[in-house]
Ligand binder design. Structure first.
Ligand code: ADP
Length: 397
């Protein structure tokens, strides 16, 4: 089955056409600057990237251009759009309503609309993507895959905040967690790769990218995760502060004469390793280069990040009363051997030892701990699009 996977952001759209039988990507790309001017990147498997600048006043034109590219005479991945048998959409926030992926219908769209308050930037864009596909490809079954769904198995002790309980009852203020598609995919891959029975396993997944989160997966189910009501909580990230003393919000607002939006903007866009390094970069490659040249703030930012990851691993080993295996994934998790080494240095008490030669390799499922390490540590490349494709096929078939 050929499945189109769509991930709509507020001004961008990533897509992949996947053959679900072979799990090969037939074509992929992205639309950028939607609503500004517009640029389509399209790449058929085995061919060069094609970049087209064209007006994309809205997501409708963007998706039209993607569909057009997929059937174009020269490099189209399919002859006819009718070959696309299903569409999988990534939806950021499913609130408490969605514990798993669902077939898209009117009732489900209504329920996602009701979650918009929880993800005001993302959910409207995701819904636009769904509506445009319904219009342009009527009759093609579509599935919604939620970033929050995998974390819905957390027990109340992990998701209820120490706030007046009425806020949970009235406004659903609680921990939701994000990157769920990745945590779900990587935890299953990790168990498979190590030959563990996932139903009797204690796993920790470290998804470390621009946005980073850690999750505790007990017997295949998420029991805790570091992001919260929004993706701002948890680890120090590229530009997000992660967890801080909430009283800092008021303190900074007064000192810097900022309103609540101003402070939130600082916490989301000007903090994290970017903020710690006085705006040097949010990209770990830049920070590693700067640290190697002796930049003290870059060294500090990298060490804060590794320390944070190690603390979550310790917390989740406690939450599950042990840990069998740890996976590193996403941009930094997959490509940052120095970060992995630094994290592992805190974990000697768990009997963790890394094989430094294996730790330098990349690009495939890889066990990087030594044979006598008490906990297996692995690099497991994430693949959110493939996960969405698999979920879509499972529901459509
Ligand atoms: P997102 O999907 O959240 O935008 P990614 O998972 O692509 O982010 O991760 C981006 C991060 O991964 C950046 O900080 C980038 O520096 C880091 N990264 C990518 N390649 C490397 C590398 N070779 N070494 C260290 N960090 C890397």
């Amino acid at each position: 089955m050929k499945v189109l996977v769509i991930n709509c952001g507020s001004s961008s759209l990533k897509y992949q056409l996947i053959d679900s039988d072979s799990e090969q990507v037939l074509a992929k790309g992205l639309c950028e600057r939607i609503g500004i001017d517009g640029r389509l990147t399209y790449q058929k498997a085995g061919c060069d990237k094609e970049i087209t600048e064209a007006a994309m006043p809205s997501h409708k034109e963007a998706i039209q251009m993607v569909l057009h590219a997929l059937v174009n005479d020269k490099t189209g991945a399919v002859k006819d759009l009718a070959e696309i048998e299903a569409i999988g959409h990534r939806i950021v926030h499913g609130g408490e309503k969605f514990e798993s992926s669902v077939i898209i219908n009117d009732e489900m769209i209504q329920a996602v609309e009701e979650c918009t308050e929880l993800a005001p930037l993302h959910n409207p864009a995701n819904l636009t993507g769904i509506r445009v596909c319904q219009e342009l490809m009527p009759g093609v079954p579509m599935v919604a895959v939620f970033d929050t769904a995998f974390h819905q198995t957390m027990p109340p002790k992990a998701y209820v905040y120490g706030l007046p309980y009425e806020y949970y009852e009235k406004y659903r203020v609680r921990r939701y967690g994000f990157h769920g598609t990745s945590h779900s995919f990587v935890s299953k891959e990790l168990a498979n790769f190590l030959g563990l029975d996932i139903n009797h396993s204690k796993l920790i997944v470290c998804h470390l990218g621009n946005g980073s989160s850690v999750s505790a997966v007990l017997n295949g189910k998420c029991v805790d995760t570091s992001m919260g009501l929004t993706p701002l909580e948890g680890l120090v990230m590229g530009t997000r502060s992660g967890s801080i003393d909430p009283a800092i919000v008021e303190f900074i607002a007064k000192k810097e004469n900022l309103d609540i939006d101003g402070v939130m903007n600082v916490l989301n866009k000007k903090s994290g390793v970017y903020g710690i390094t006085k705006g040097l970069s949010s990209d770990f490659r830049d920070l590693e280069d700067a640290a190697a040249e002796g930049n003290e703030l870059a060294k500090l930012a990298l060490s804060i990040f590794a320390y944070d990851v190690a603390k979550y691993i310790g917390a989740y080993a406690a939450a599950m009363n042990g840990v069998d295996a740890i996976a590193f994934t996403a941009g930094i998790g997959e490509n940052g051997p120095d970060t992995r080494t630094e994290v592992a240095e805190y974990l000697g008490y768990l009997g963790i030892k890394l094989d430094e030669e294996k730790n330098q390799m990349r690009g495939f499922n890889n066990k990087i701990s030594t044979e006598d390490s008490k906990v297996a540590v692995c690099v497991i490349p994430t693949n959110e699009e493939l996960a969405i494709c698999r979920e879509t096929v499972a529901l459509v078939k």
